[in-house]
Design a binder for this molecule. Structure first.
Ligand code: ATP
Ligand code: MG
Length: 288
């Protein structure tokens, strides 16, 4: 599958109005995509196993989206084939008083994946240039007032880019997904949530309130994606109206990313191989 057209270019030319949340590539139905998804889940598991053994790279997957775009479901699906010991998931909510007492990357740093592991962020430091920007929350953060100017967003884009580049140069590779759901599909999913007793607990008044800021969020996303898509941390815009396609595309991006890492299982030297032979003989010599 060609994932290039979903990657946000690094030159600031991305236009959210040109995207199609209903896109499903060359796939027409869930059934058609199912086999490819299964294949990818298997490949991801094999590559994760190799990454764990190689123990040099870490992979950080960031998920951002409007409510009901399918972040949780996509994460669940991606995780389904992976070894839980090699993965870590973190959800970032409204920062606590302790978190606000620190710089905004503090809580992010504490949650980064170890080498050999896949870290998944359900929301992330990107909230600092999305919800914070849409609702003008920067004044409530404990920043020195002279730092809170109209340059703050450009400064944050730069800080985030520098941070992700630093991680990249240290073997922790960041890939970012924006699940791009349409406003009409969000409405449909909200209504379904309200009708479904297994899902209505998820609905909160803030979901509707944020929906009221749809255009502001679209603008903030466009600016954020243009400001922070780099080869050290590319953004992928995932059409999310068809959940099955979103999951397939995410699995494809992860698989291709893992395939691009130069890694192998550790090779044993002659001495270690001789030791293994010794262990084999010891086991074979046992009486029962
Ligand atoms: P779901 O609703 O599917 O369970 P969610 O990710 O929307 O998942 P919520 O608990 O509903 O989780 O919302 C978390 C809220 O925290 C979001 O509204 C988000 O914008 C907010 N949030 C996250 N990080 C920050 C931040 N740095 N500053 C301010 N708000 C933040
Ligand atoms: Mg929510």
């Amino acid at each position: 599958m060609n994932i290039d057209k979903y990657r946000v270019p690094y030159d600031g030319s991305f236009k959210i109005s040109k995207t199609d949340p209903g896109d499903s590539g060359k796939f027409e139905s869930k059934d058609e995509a199912a086999e490819k998804l299964k294949e990818n889940v298997k490949k991801m598991a094999e590559l994760q196993d190799k990454m764990y053994a190689h123990d040099k790279y870490g992979l950080l997957l960031i998920f951002q989206a409007m409510d009901a775009a399918g972040k949780d479901g996509a994460i669940k699906h991606v995780m389904s084939g992976l070894n839980p010991q090699g993965t870590q998931v973190f959800s970032f909510k409204n920062p606590s008083a302790e978190e606000l007492d620190h710089d905004y990357l503090w809580r992010i740093n504490k949650s980064l994946p170890e080498r050999g592991r896949i870290g998944i962020f359900n929301r992330s430091h990107y909230e600092e240039v999305l919800v914070v920007k849409v609702h003008d929350l920067q004044g409530k953060q404990k920043l020195p007032p002279e730092m809170v100017t109209n340059k703050i967003w450009d400064h944050r884009y730069r800080q985030i880019k520098d941070f992700e580049r630093y991680l990249y140069e240290n073997g922790i590779i960041t890939v970012k997904f924006f699940l791009n759901v349409s406003k009409s599909e969000q409405k449909k999913r909200f209504l379904q949530r309200l009708d479904d007793p297994t899902k209505n607990w998820k609905f909160s008044s803030s979901d509707l309130k944020e929906r009221g800021f749809w255009d502001e969020y679209q603008k903030a996303y466009e600016e954020c994606l243009n400001g922070t898509s780099t080869k050290y941390g590319p953004w992928y815009v995932i059409p999310a109206d068809k959940k099955w396609y979103a999951r397939l595309l995410i699995s494809e991006v992860i698989t291709q990313t893992l395939e691009s890492f130069e890694m192998d299982y550790p090779k044993l030297n002659d001495e270690q191989m001789r030791a293994l032979e010794g262990y084999r003989q010891q086991l074979m010599a046992e009486k029962d």
